[in-house]
Design a protein around this ligand. Structure first.
Ligand SMILES: Nc1ncnc2c1ncn2[C@@H]1O[C@H](COP(=O)(O)OP(=O)(O)OP(=O)(O)O)[C@@H](O)[C@H]1O
Ligand SMILES: [Mg+2]
Length: 548
């Protein structure tokens, strides 16, 4: 079977099989042919268009249609030969070249694909012969939905034996997937979030002495209060309340937007409580199907239900005996189970499924949610009595925008953590980039800040992150940007004010800038010097001369 195409004026012979495009051995050479726009097919076309009736004809037609479809709906396509060298790109693909760092097509052509397209998986397709029909590719040019299909020789020839992989075609199906594939991307973002959190957990387990002591397989907490970065008044206040809560035995309720550090604080509360030697057991209620939650919480007796383990199983309440039980996303708990949880909390006893026996437990409950619990109570979706039972020590974890002055220190800590995991040097964030970060709304709070930093470092060629790069990533990530306060535009008699000795004006401005930066960073000298783009020694010297 063989099909004939015109690729932007160049010709190739294609056929389509289950999951690979078959490329005739002459096709690679054909790219060097002079442009042709309308080349007649091998056999003379029928006078009137008609459906071919033989299998080869149908496949050839399907291949042709598929190829035309791809080339018309896709954003760009390119070909690599069997060695991974770029041998052809279509018109559409050319517009990505500047973002990839190439000013002309000649600089791009003829190079190994991984040298010119960061993070590409084309080599894998060449090596395995397996197509990657849909994938997300992120590199410095952006995030794209791509498809990669191996090309196989159709018949024995100079390029290879029939069926051998002799090249691959890369197709950019969509650029800006954030807008074109919103539901898929949201799901992907959620999965990515969980994966990133899991990776971070693993990394901190490796580096945290608390975990190293837990070689007995016991679950210990991974964070202490020192892991909760922040010296702003809001951060200091929440840590003060959390430390007090750690000393008590009552349930703790952590409330706050997503990514504010509720889970981190739950670990820290456990680690500095009298139960620190016990286990820290956590259940993410939103992640467990409703039907399994009861068994997950309370365990089940041997043979309690069809398919149950014959030995029965202990629930999380029992596992956390002597330690803390972290009930994450408590706002997502089904109503039926809320009644059972309330009873367990009141009585200090649980009843494993199918056992008819009450078992005492001794676990301290720490619950968290980013949902508006009082509103859920008003709507009848959360039991009022359970709410009051949990609300003994409520802690509101502030959103990042209420503690912007912590951003420089957070960027530093997150950067170092990222570096520890990747083995590369931590990113160096310029003062103007820091100021830009400090001006964002941060709906996803510290998790979002971390993701943005990860994206910028991944897409940047150097460790240095400046405001221009950052702005591009923020815009792509759909973050809304807040106007940065501009001290030089204070309202008033500007012109009159400017007609004074320059030295006096500069000294005034310097004093104002230092005072503002100190206030913004909660008096953190290192963060202040970074924000102002001067060394710490210079900062101290200027503060002394300004009498600050
Ligand atoms: N004060 C902080 N200092 C350093 N890292 C922090 C801080 N607060 C949060 N983080 C980091 O931000 C990420 C999100 O934190 P965490 O999972 O505790 O948030 P959360 O409030 O439980 O969010 P969600 O409601 O979405 O579950 C984690 O990687 C955590 O380590
Ligand atoms: Mg959480």
């Amino acid at each position: 079977m063989r099909a004939f195409f015109s690729l932007s004026g160049q010709c190739a012979f294609w056929a389509f099989s289950k999951d690979a495009l078959m490329l005739d051995s002459q096709a690679i050479d054909a790219r060097y042919d002079p442009p042709m726009s309308a080349v007649p097919p091998v056999s003379a076309p029928p006078a009137l268009p008609a459906l071919p009736l033989d299998a080869d004809g149908i496949l050839a037609l399907a291949a042709r249609s598929m190829f035309h479809l791809f080339s018309s709906i896709s954003q760009g396509m390119f070909l690599v030969d069997r060695s991974g060298r770029i041998v052809w790109v279509n018109e559409g693909y050319r517009r990505f070249l500047p973002a990839l760092g190439f000013s002309s097509i000649d600089e791009f052509m003829g190079h190994m694909v991984e040298d010119v397209i960061p993070n590409t998986q084309m080599r894998r397709v060449l090596e395995t012969g397996e197509p990657i029909l849909v994938d997300l590719l992120t590199n410095k040019a952006g995030t794209f939905v791509v498809s990669r299909i191996p090309l196989r020789a159709e018949s024995d020839g100079r390029e290879g034996r029939a069926g051998e992989v002799i090249g691959a075609i890369g197709i950019v199906l969509f650029d800006q997937p954030e807008t074109t594939l919103q539901p898929l991307i949201s799901k992907f973002a959620l999965l990515q979030r969980d994966l990133d959190d899991a990776r971070r957990e693993l990394a901190s387990q490796r580096n945290n002495p608390l975990y190293q002591h837990a070689a007995d397989g016991q679950r210990r907490s991974k964070y202490t209060f020192a892991s909760f970065i922040g010296s702003s008044p809001a951060a200091v206040e929440v840590k003060r309340h959390a430390r007090r809560a750690a000393q008590s035995t009552s349930p703790v309720l952590l409330l706050g937007e997503t990514g504010t550090g509720k889970e981190l604080l739950a670990h820290a509360i456990h680690a500095s409580s009298a139960r620190a030697k016990g286990q820290f057991v956590s259940v993410n209620i939103a992640a467990v199907p409703d039907t399994l939650l009861e068994a997950e919480f309370f365990g089940f007796a041997p043979g309690a239900f069809t398919g149950a383990d014959r030995r029965g199983r202990e629930g999380k309440f029992k596992l956390a005996d002597g330690g803390s039980l972290f009930l994450d996303e408590i706002g997502d708990m089904p109503l039926g189970l809320q009644a059972k949880l309330l009873r367990a909390l009141q009585e200090g006893e649980i009843e494993p499924l199918g056992s008819n026996k009450l078992v005492p437990f001794d676990a301290r409950v720490i619950a968290a949610t980013s949902r508006d619990l009082p509103e859920l109570v008003r709507r009848g979706q959360f039991r009022e009595d359970l709410y009051y039972r949990l609300n003994v020590l409520p802690l509101r974890v502030p959103p990042l925008r209420e503690r912007r002055s912590d951003i420089p220190a957070l960027v530093e800590a997150l950067g170092e953590d990222m570096a520890l995991r990747s083995g590369e040097a931590p990113p160096e964030v310029t003062p103007d980039a820091l100021a830009l970060l400090a001006g964002q709304h941060w709906r996803g709070n510290i998790r979002e800040l971390r993701n943005v930093l990860e994206q910028v470092t991944m897409r940047s060629d150097s460790q240095r992150i400046d405001a221009a790069q950052l702005e591009r990533i923020l815009r792509e990530a759909g973050l809304e940007q807040i106007e940065l306060p501009d001290a030089s535009h204070a309202p008033g008699d500007e012109d009159g004010n400017l007609l004074r000795p320059l030295a006096q004006q500069i000294a005034e401005l310097e004093r104002k800038a230092i005072a503002a930066a100190l206030a913004a960073t909660g008096n953190n000298k290192l963060a202040t010097s970074r924000l102002l783009g001067i060394s710490r020694a210079t900062l101290y010297e200027r503060m002394t001369s300004q009498g600050l």
